[in-house]
Design a protein around this ligand. Structure first.
Ligand code: G4P
Length: 527
């Protein structure tokens, strides 16, 4: 094991931000970049207003795309640390993409709107983190507004999400009286001297029991804060790294992303307590990050990154070894070896050719559709990294062509667009329809527009009486028996996995009862 590699691994923190829409994910992303020195002035990454408009207007979203996708990965340095912040789409309809991004990170920042507490989308996303035992750091945001009391917020999070909270900071006042935070670890008051939203704020660190604290915060406020801190210390458990790493407890920070309060403390926490890249499960063995040979897997495919090229970008999370420009990598699924000269890294808005990259880093490989989500790349070993999931869609539509002569182009377009992973393509065992399954309505608009623009295919989507999808996990013999009996309800997905699409759960339960050797799953690991 090379100590250089070990050092590079220990420096890295690869994480994503999860939140319910509007809790402040975009704002905090921007402020982390500001404190990480990747941008000098906040407001530069993307216009939140434009982003919001795009949510209801797909074409506008397409126009925004050039900006927003370039921030799919944001790498920056903070102190000695190399941070890789993976962006996740804010819109509910893209949640599958978000879920898969979570397979590529080592930790997560969960942002909660302190005026609302835990919301639906937070719950769903945290469930995925729990499944993967991903360590989660929590930021209670918008403390500058009159939100819930801090202890009530902690209580709400513990009850709603079933994770024990360990406060790391405590707010000093809230709403208009929000003045800063008390750092429970260093036992210092972080008092903000300036109140800028677009630039870093100066803060002064002072002793809670000093006269200065009384002068700056006010005698009665300080007395109240001291009492609160005593109580918090008594009521909450100690920070235990082992329990944090297994997702049992979450350290909680308070702040206001908009006002740059508490953001730096969160960033420092990633350096101090979030884990460096760890081992990854593969089909045949565990891949350790400090193995000399390269392995990585594809967790996201993005088309249209460059308007001048029809290339797609495959985002690879490096799991072990070192990537060097010009090295030969094996695409394990196809068995093909290629020299990789054009891999890219991402630094805020800029993309650069990668010379060297390490475990935890994300590199982008442009390709013409040969690479799929879940694919593994190695230096020759036939090992397959596992755990990249596909989630059962909840909405199903049949593709209808306006011009029947375009059937071939429709097939090609649907296959390619669905390979990017935002929707799934199903073919019935009997019949020739293309069925698209997605988690949100917006996907169908996106696909129709892309078919028209990129494949010159005018297609529409019509509803079908199916709303439940389950993959059939069974040996070949059991599968054949199921096919014989239920052919009309069976489909193949884009990777030729057998699944049931039904109009009700009853049919699925019926099949499960009749074939106890088969497992019907809502989640399919991409092969
Ligand atoms: P999202 O990505 O999670 O969807 O949320 P986003 O950052 O876009 O924030 C949603 C709204 O909440 C924005 O206001 C944003 O300015 C505001 N916000 C974020 N952090 C804080 C905070 O700490 N305090 C307060 N008071 N507001 C915060 P908006 O008016 O809807 O949009 P905009 O006009 O600011 O773009």
């Amino acid at each position: 094991m090379s100590t250089r590699l070990q050092r590079e691994i220990e420096k890295r923190r690869t994480f994503a931000i999860i939140s319910h829409p509007d809790a402040g994910k975009t704002t905090i992303t921007e402020k982390l970049l500001l404190y990480g020195g990747a941008i000098q002035v906040a407001g530069a990454v993307k216009s939140r207003k434009a982003d919001r408009a795009a949510r209801s207007d797909f074409m506008e979203m397409e126009q925004q795309r050039g900006i927003s996708v370039s921030t799919a990965v944001m790498s920056f340095e903070y102190g000695n640390q190399a941070m890789n912040l993976l962006d996740t789409p804010g819109h509910n309809d893209f949640s599958e993409d978000t879920y898969r991004t979570l397979t590529a990170v080592d930790s997560v920042l969960m942002v909660i709107d302190s005026t609302k507490g835990v919301e639906a989308q937070t719950r769903k996303l945290l469930d995925v983190c729990k499944l993967k035992k991903t360590p989660v750091i929590t930021m209670m945001n918008k403390l500058d507004l009159e939100g819930m009391e801090p202890l009530d917020l902690i209580d709400n999070l513990e009850k709603e999400l079933g994770v024990e909270c360990v406060p790391m900071t405590w707010p000093i006042g809230k709403g208009k009286e929000f003045k800063g935070v008390y750092d429970l670890r260093s036992k210092e008051v972080h008092f903000y001297l300036s109140h800028r939203q677009d630039r870093k704020n100066e803060l002064e660190k002072i002793d809670l029991y000093s006269e200065k604290a009384e002068a700056l915060i006010g005698i009665s406020e300080v007395a109240k804060l001291r009492e609160e801190i005593e109580m918090v210390r008594e009521l909450t458990p100690d920070m235990d790294l082992r329990r944090f790493n297994s997702g049992e407890i979450t350290p909680v920070f308070f702040g206001s992303a908009l006002n740059n309060f508490g953001v730096q403390t969160v960033l420092e926490a990633f350096g101090e307590i979030a884990p460096a890249p760890g081992p990854r499960e593969a089909a045949s063995r565990i891949v350790e990050p400090d193995e000399e040979k390269f392995t990585g897997f594809v967790f996201k495919i993005q088309a249209n990154m460059d308007r001048n090229h029809r290339d797609r970008m495959a985002f690879i999370r490096i799991c072990s070894g070192v990537f060097n420009r010009g090295m030969t990598l094996r695409h394990v699924r196809t068995g093909k070896d290629s020299i990789i000269r054009n891999a890219l890294t991402f630094m805020a808005r800029n993309r650069n050719l990668v010379e060297t990259a390490y475990p935890g880093d994300i590199i982008g490989i442009p390709n013409h559709g040969t690479i799929r989500i879940g694919d593994t790349f190695t230096e020759g070993e036939d090992v397959r990294i596992t755990g990249v999931p596909s989630f059962a869609p909840e909405l199903f539509r049949r593709a209808r062509l306006r011009d029947p002569m375009k059937a071939k182009a429709l097939g090609k377009g649907l296959t390619e667009v669905c390979e990017e992973g935002a929707a799934q393509l199903f073919r019935p065992l009997s019949g020739s329809d293309y069925i698209i399954g997605a988690l949100g309505e917006l996907q169908f608009q996106v696909i129709a527009s892309r078919l028209l623009n990129e494949y010159r295919v005018d297609a529409s989507f019509e509803g079908i009486p199916r709303n439940v999808c389950r993959w059939v996990i069974a040996d070949d013999e059991t599968k054949q028996a199921i096919i014989k009996r239920y052919e009309r309800d069976l489909f193949y997905d884009n990777s030729q996995n057998l699944c049931i699409l039904s109009d009700n759960l009853f049919r699925c339960n019926q099949i499960a009862d009749k074939f106890p050797d088969a497992r019907l799953s809502k989640i399919m690991e991409i092969q």
